[in-house]
Ligand binder design. Structure first.
Ligand SMILES: Nc1ncnc2c1ncn2[C@@H]1O[C@H](COP(=O)(O)OP(=O)(O)OP(=O)(O)O)[C@@H](O)[C@H]1O
Ligand SMILES: [Mg+2]
Length: 274
């Protein structure tokens, strides 16, 4: 690789490794910049994220992974002084257009956080919360069915079916994270954003979540932020590498890890920084 040629390019120009097998695009971002007050955290991020597939965001701490993830369901709107420019579409529709219903957007684009955060409610009510708010079930029987189906998809049903009235916070960390995934699934999302969903879990609970992500990708567009390159390699089909607020390189996971085209990606995956 000609390092000089690569590094002479403006830092924000992303290397896109071609992928003929990529699924149709679900989320498209163009020239997304994010400012926290006067500080710019993301620089002209453009990326296509496919449906029914797992995309991993990797990169050193502070490079903007969570910031970009939050742009996709407009969670940055909730942080004072934040400004987002550029364009993000979901199925071709601009998610920042003024007429868009943000509450509905956040149901279509669910989020799972680093630390499992069940509501201080029963297991049942954690999952039923979203469907109730969004009016997705008519009557108790329908709601029961949504709760069961969501817990089954999250791989938790068998462990909790006899204790649905117990508090969600009484579950183990790994179970709580699956409960949070069930809660996200319960409102029929199309995209699931996961920000380091396993970083608070032990290896067994992590393996369980990774299996689950692998199953869920048949039906959802999943984006996972992870500090573990092994995890990115195990669960994702595509990987995006961020550095200092720039999206450096994106492509099929295997290519990004075995044959990166940008020296910054190479240095990160070989452990030279980060
Ligand atoms: N609410 C905020 N106010 C001001 N600056 C912020 C805020 N959130 C993030 N930043 C800054 O924006 C940059 C990107 O942060 P972000 O949290 O997106 O990084 P990250 O890649 O998710 O890091 P980590 O791997 O540590 O989670 C950092 O410089 C960070 O300090
Ligand atoms: Mg983060």
């Amino acid at each position: 690789m000609n390092d000089a040629a690569v590094m002479e390019r403006p830092a924000h120009l992303t290397t896109v490794i071609p992928d003929p097998d990529m699924n149709p695009v679900k989320v498209e971002a163009r020239d997304v910049c994010v400012f926290y007050g006067a500080k710019q955290a993301l620089f002209n991020v453009s990326i296509d994220i496919p449906e029914r597939s797992v995309t991993a965001f990797i990169g050193p701490s502070g490079c903007g992974k969570s910031t970009f993830l939050r742009c996709i369901n407009r969670m940055n709107d909730t942080i004072d002084g934040t400004r987002v420019t550029g364009r993000i579409t979901l199925d071709g529709r601009d998610i920042y257009e003024p007429s868009l219903d943000v509450v509905e957007l956040r149901a279509r684009v669910g989020m799972v956080f680093q630390k499992p955060n069940p509501f201080p409610k029963s297991i049942y009510d954690n999952v039923a919360y979203g469907p109730r708010i969004h009016g997705l079930a008519r009557g108790k029987a329908e709601l029961d069915a949504v709760v069961e189906a969501s817990l089954r998809k999250a791989g938790l049903w068998n462990e909790v079916k006899d204790r649905l009235d117990d508090p969600g916070t009484g579950l183990s960390g790994g179970q709580q994270q699956r409960l949070c995934i069930a809660r996200a699934i319960a409102v029929n999302p199309e995209v699931i954003l996961m920000d380091e969903p396993c970083s608070a879990l032990d290896p067994i609970a992590t393996a369980r979540i990774e299996e689950l992500i692998d199953e869920l990708k048949a039906n959802y567009c999943i984006i996972i932020v992870t500090h573990s390159m092994q995890q990115a390699a195990r669960v994702s089909q595509r990987t995006a590498f961020f550095h200092l607020g720039n999206l450096v390189e994106v492509g099929p996971t295997q290519h990004v890890f075995t044959n990166p085209r940008d020296t910054r990606t190479h240095d990160y995956i070989t452990g030279r920084f980060g």
